[in-house]
Structures are given as structure tokens and as C-alpha cells.
Design a protein around this ligand. Structure first.
Ligand code: NDP
Ligand code: GDR
Length: 378
């Protein structure tokens, strides 16, 4: 039985990857942080009682900023494959916590590589580093491939740049099976709620149910190459199954503006919106409603009238330095790994909107029932 260790197992990708590897017959160890409230919602369906006979999924407390803890867990678990997915992964937040981001996202990967070396596991343990299209930052060329120069534009991207090169260096210096997956944005129904796609799909559903009046966003003109996390975790695994360790771009090869993602999400709910105005004055207004679809989906048409402003720009979401355009060239992954995504953008939007509609309907029932949250401090 192959053994994998996933750092960041409680995150979006960690959850999909854990499920994927369990299906492949792996024993999966996951690193999770201690938190004052539950942080395992995405993997609760995989949880096993530790007394079970055929246990194949186990969580360990740990943190990428704590070397001794990482060394101990790797020693205990003796993994064949490590997937380093743990990171402070929010680009905007990294401007507010730059030092912590450097520690977790930059030095974190170094700690894992060193642990493998110190423990004498160089010939046994393969390691995947979660690198990112944010490395390309300020546009040097499109589409971006494995040979496009980097120009990071945030403390997050600068930290990830260290993670990228230290992985390459350990591969070359110590002959380790260490690889970077340079993954472009990938989303899903369990994407963190403050990333733009999930913020949009949640808000579109809330607006359609009359639970929210307006969605405030930052730069609507940013372009991203969005794929589905389910497809991308398969690529991570494939990267570690090759004869030679190499780095790969994982992307769909299609780019879309945030503005168009908004339009597609509302359209999925039968609401057509149009944008007008410029920069911080740009707004999205309902221009048409597909009554038949609205009825079918059980939405609240009382709030869905043409002329209603449902999207506005709030400058607080602008970034000090922005990444304007990401468009990946996945040719190497397509040819060498045989990797092809199953989801395109319309399918991704459909998956996210319908999942969020289901979730938001629960909120609507609570509101209709007059439910009031308990206030323990009253
Ligand atoms: P998430 O933000 O959903 O998950 C991040 C995970 O890292 C969580 O489990 C989080 O724990 C954990 N974590 C954060 N800081 C630490 C720390 N100091 N020690 C241990 N664990 C920590 O990210 P995604 O799943 O979307 O992304 C996975 C990885 O891929 C990240 O490294 C990200 O930077 C990178 N990436 C993501 C892309 C994307 O589009 N999703 C694209 C390219 C790269 P907790 O749940 O407790 O917060
Ligand atoms: P990104 O993802 O920064 O590409 O990093 P995010 O969804 O946060 O932003 C994408 C683009 O949308 C613009 N934007 C907004 N973003 C957020 N979060 N909130 C808003 O209200 C908003 N309005 C407009 C942003 O300016 C940006 O241009 C993600 C993360 O998963 C990283 O960890 C990963 O490395 C990269 O993708 C690839």
C-alpha cells in the first residue's frame, strides 16, 4: 500500500486530493492545524474512527512553520509521496501578513525538503510543491508556459517563488524526486468563500433568493484561466508518477474576465445582467429575467426586477499590485502526462452555482422560519 502525506489537507485541493488518493488505494496522512473551531468540514466525509480495523486516513496536528513537528511526522509516517499544499493562499491577505506568508509559503517547502534529507529518505520520498501561476505576475508573455520568465507581484507570489526554486535546487543538488506543479486558478463548490469565483457564486444565489441586495467586487477586468480542482488534483498525482521529476504548467488554455464570470453565474440562475460605467463607478444591472427558469429553480422573483443594481465596485478590494492576465499553456502536461481537464468554464460555473443555491436555500428556510442566532454574550 502506497503512503501519502498531504499538507493543507483541510483546504480545497487537500480535500479533493485525499479523496482521489484514497480511491487509488493509498494510505493517506494529512497535516492539519490546531484551530479553536472545527476546520475539517471539507474532509469530514472521509474521517474514520481511529479504532477502525482497515484504517487508511489519519490526521496529524502540525504546521509548516514548525520544523521539528514536520520531521517527526515524516519520520513516523515514512511517506512515499508528499504533497505540499499547505499555504497562506490568499494573494490580497499576503499584503497584510507578508512575513508570515514568507515563513509558511517560502520557508515551509524548505523545511519539508530538509526533513526528507535529514531522515535519509531522499531515495524513497517524492515531493510535490504547489507552485502557482501567480509567479508570472506582471505579464511578460502569453500564453504562459514552463519557460516563461517569472515576475511576482505580491508577497504571496514572492514567497512561492522561493518555494519553486528551492524545490528545483534540491532536485538538482541531491537528486531528489521533487517537482513543481505550476497550477493556474482552480475552483470548485468547496473553494474558500473569499476567492472571487466563490464570492460571486454565493452572492448570485443569495441575491436570487432575496437574502442579499448587492455584490461588491474589486477589479472586474482581471483575466484568469479557471479550471476545476477535481481535474487539477489528478495532475498533481500524475506529476509524481513519471520516470523523471519535472515541473509542469497545469491550465485550461482559456482566459476569462471577472466581469464575464459574474455574468455567467447570474445567467445560470436566469438573470441577465449588463455592466456600465468605468473603473470604480462600474455597475452590474439586471436587464432581463427568465421567468420560467426562475420559477423552476424556486427563486424569489420579487427582488429580480430589470433596472436593479446587483454588482458594484468597492476600491477596498483593489490590490496594491495586480496580476492582470493569466493564460496557461498546458501543452507539456497534455503530451507528457496525458492530462486533459474534464471540466470547462461553463461546467465549472454550473457546478458551483447549483451547489451554492442548495446551500443558500437552507439559509432561506431558516429566515422564513424566523430563526434567530443565539447570542451567548447578551
Ligand atoms: P486553501 O487556502 O483552500 O488551503 C490551504 C491549506 O493550507 C489549508 O488546509 C490551511 O489550513 C493550510 N495551511 C495554511 N497555513 C498553514 C500552515 N502554516 N501550516 C499548515 N497548514 C497551513 O488553498 P487551495 O487548496 O486552494 O490551494 C492549495 C495549494 O495550492 C496552496 O499552496 C495554494 O497556494 C496553491 N495554489 C492554489 C491554486 C488555486 O487556484 N486554488 C492555484 C495555484 C496554487 P486551514 O484549513 O487550517 O486554514
Ligand atoms: P488569485 O485569486 O488572486 O488569482 O489567487 P482571487 O480569486 O482572489 O482573485 C482573482 C482576481 O479577481 C480579482 N477580484 C477579486 N478577488 C477577490 N478575492 N475578491 C474580490 O472581491 C475581487 N474582485 C476582483 C482579483 O483582483 C484578482 O485579479 C488564487 C489563489 O488561489 C492563489 O493561492 C493561487 O496561487 C492563484 O489563484 C493561482
Amino acid at each position: 500500500m502506497k503512503v501519502a502525506l498531504i499538507t493543507g489537507v483541510t483546504g480545497q485541493d487537500g480535500a479533493y486530493l485525499a479523496e482521489f488518493l484514497l480511491k487509488k488505494g493509498y494510505f493517506v496522512h494529512g497535516l492539519k492545524r490546531r484551530s479553536s473551531s472545527f476546520n475539517t468540514e471539507r474532509i469530514d466525509h472521509l474521517y474514520q474512527d481511529q479504532h477502525e480495523k482497515n484504517l487508511n486516513f489519519k490526521l496529524h496536528y502540525g504546521d509548516l512553520t514548525d520544523s521539528t513537528n514536520l520531521i517527526r511526522i515524516i519520520q513516523e509516517t515514512q511517506p512515499d509521496e508528499i504533497y505540499n499544499l499547505a499555504a497562506m493562499s490568499h494573494v490580497k491577505v499576503s499584503f497584510e501578513t507578508p512575513e508570515y506568508t514568507a515563513n509558511a509559503d517560502g520557508i515551509g517547502p524548505l523545511r519539508l525538503l530538509e526533513a526528507i534529507r535529514i531522515l535519509g529518505l531522499v531515495d524513497k520520498t517524492k515531493i510535490y510543491q504547489a507552485s502557482t501561476s501567480e509567479l508570472y505576475g506582471l505579464v511578460q508573455a502569453v500564453p504562459q508556459s514552463e519557460t516563461t520568465p517569472f515576475y511576482p507581484r505580491s508577497p504571496y507570489a514572492v514567497a512561492k517563488m522561493y518555494g519553486y526554486w528551492i524545490t528545483v535546487n534540491y532536485r538538482e543538488a541531491y537528486n531528489m524526486y521533487a517537482c513543481n506543479g505550476i497550477l493556474f486558478n482552480h475552483e470548485s463548490p468547496v473553494r474558500g468563500e473569499t476567492f472571487v469565483t466563490r464570492k460571486i457564486t454565493r452572492a448570485a444565489c443569495k441575491i436570487a433568493l432575496g437574502l442579499q441586495s448587492c455584490l461588491y467586487l474589486g477589479n472586474l477586468s482581471a483575466q484568469r484561466d479557471w479550471g476545476h480542482a477535481k481535474d487539477y488534483v489528478e495532475a498533481m498525482w500524475l506529476i509524481l508518477q513519471q520516470e523523471k521529476p519535472e515541473d509542469y504548467v497545469i491550465a485550461t488554455g482559456v482566459t476569462t474576465t471577472v466581469r464575464d464570470f459574474v455574468k455567467m453565474s447570474f445567467a445560470e440562475l436566469g438573470i441577465e445582467i449588463e455592466f456600465s460605467g468605468k473603473d470604480q463607478y462600474e455597475r452590474g444591472v439586471i436587464i432581463d429575467v427568465d421567468q420560467e427558469l426562475v420559477q423552476k429553480l424556486g427563486l424569489n422573483d420579487e427582488y429580480l426586477k430589470p433596472g436593479t443594481v446587483v454588482v458594484q465596485v468597492d476600491e477596498k478590494y483593489f490590490r496594491p499590485t495586480e496580476v492582470d492576465l493569466l493564460l496557461g499553456d498546458p501543452t507539456k502536461a497534455n503530451t507528457k502526462l496525458g492530462w486533459k481537464p474534464k471540466y470547462d468554464l461553463p461546467l465549472l460555473v454550473q457546478d458551483m452555482v447549483h451547489s451554492d443555491l442548495h446551500l443558500m436555500k437552507k439559509d432561506e428556510y431558516l429566515k422564513q422560519g424566523g430563526f434567530k442566532t443565539l447570542n451567548y454574550f447578551e
